[in-house]
Design a protein around this ligand. Structure first.
Ligand code: AP5
Length: 214
């Protein structure tokens, strides 16, 4: 099975991907995580990507498609949850080509729909562990001990560099201009289901489960 989670920054794609990974024994493709790893490891790719990510712009399609092509080729028959990819029509067409070459197809695109002001609140309260990558929310999902990662015990949870207010505003602009048109692209192919992302984590999870079970 291959499922795309489509939606604006901070809507909860990564959060829902974690549930789907467990339920479907799937692997997650988060292009954001792959790019952040490249930046941490100071690879050439990371150096190219950083200047775009720091200001909330999209990394060029050619870089992202190269990364995804390599990653997909290593996954074999496993179920894949696409989180934050594709983000442009060119990426969606590139994914179609990659899947065609592999004799595979997309099963469903879940569009998490939410108001901009909700995502601004969620992103502003998000904190991540710089060691293991666990994600928290100071309002809806705080760590058990303040500022300490439940998962690995690291003290000092961080605000992502691109989660500052001025960068969030640009990420939302970029989303509406370049990524939102993908909803029509997949609706025309009969693959799109809209999910109300403006509800609690468990309610979103339950709505997704109902769609996939139907
Ligand atoms: P990326 O890392 O993909 O960021 P994003 O798409 O902006 O999404 P986020 O990771 O910010 O949010 P999310 O939807 O996963 O929400 P989360 O579950 O964490 O991309 C970063 C950058 O990399 C881009 O700006 C771009 O530069 C580059 N990039 C990446 N992919 C690219 C591509 N394909 N092409 C070009 N460039 C690319 O949840 C957010 C917070 O809310 C958390 O604290 C969580 O606990 C909380 N939360 C989640 N759900 C709920 C809920 N239902 N109720 C209350 N709180 C909730």
């Amino acid at each position: 099975m291959r499922i795309i989670l489509l939606g604006p920054p901070g809507v909860g794609k990564g959060t829902q991907a974690q549930f789907l990974i467990k339920r479907l024994e799937a692997v997650q493709l988060s292009t954001g995580d792959l790019l952040r790893t490249a930046i941490r490891e100071r690879t050439e790719l990371g150096r190219s990507a950083k200047k775009y990510m720091d200001v909330g712009d999209l990394v060029p399609d050619s870089i992202v498609l190269g990364l995804v092509g390599e990653w997909l080729a290593e996954q074999g028959e496993r179920c894949v949850i696409f989180d934050g990819f594709p983000r442009t029509i060119a990426q969606a067409e590139g994914l179609d080509r990659l899947l065609d070459q592999m004799g595979k197809k997309l099963d469903r695109v879940l569009e998490l729909v939410v108001a901009d002001k909700t995502v601004i609140n969620r992103i502003s309260a998000r904190r991540s562990c710089p060691v293991c990558g666990a994600v928290y929310n100071l309002l809806s999902a705080p760590p058990k001990v303040e500022n300490v990662c439940d998962n690995c015990g690291r003290e000092g949870l961080e605000l992502r560099k691109d989660d500052r207010p001025e960068v969030i505003a640009n990420r939302l602009r970029v989303y509406h201009a370049q990524t939102e048109p993908l909803a029509d692209y997949y609706r025309q192919r009969g693959l799109l289901t809209a999910i109300d992302g403006d509800q609690g984590v468990k309610a979103v999870e339950a709505e997704i489960k109902d769609v996939l079970d139907a």
